[in-house]
Design a protein around this ligand. Structure first.
Ligand SMILES: [Zn+2]
Length: 127
């Protein structure tokens, strides 16, 4: 699933053997499984910033999945949040949460583990 981000966008995905949670070279996204808070409803995953640099920048995100083996669409969706993508209703300009350009960022999850054209454009514009 991360190949979609590595090969389909300007991002470069690198797997590290040793997790770094402090200092200048923190692991950008930490994936883990575990319980989710009750207030996230039926979500299968959740992402949060663990080390904010500013209101809009984060040095390290955590992505937690209910399942130890989340479906790839869920991994794509939560990784999208970790790199700054939103649901359509929170986007500017707003689009429907199920808009075809949102790919795996559609809410609720519907499609496969693929980024939509809008997702790719926003990632490449940001990174
Ligand atoms: Zn979401």
């Amino acid at each position: 699933m991360l190949r979609e981000f590595d090969e389909g966008t300007d991002l470069k995905v690198k797997f590290v053997k040793k997790l770094s949670t402090s200092g200048d070279h923190e692991t950008d996204i930490v994936y883990e499984s575990g319980d989710l808070p009750d207030d996230v409803g039926g979500a299968r995953g959740l992402v949060w910033c663990d080390d904010a640099i500013s209101d809009k920048k984060c040095d390290q995100h955590y992505a937690r999945f209910k399942s130890r083996t989340p479906v790839q669409t869920t991994g794509c969706h939560e990784t999208g949040h970790a790199v700054g993508l939103t649901h359509g209703a929170q986007a500017e300009p707003k689009v429907a949460n199920r808009h075809s350009s949102l790919g795996c960022m559609r809410a609720p999850y519907t499609d496969g583990p693929y980024l939509g054209g809008h997702n790719v454009a926003m990632i490449n514009k940001t990174y």
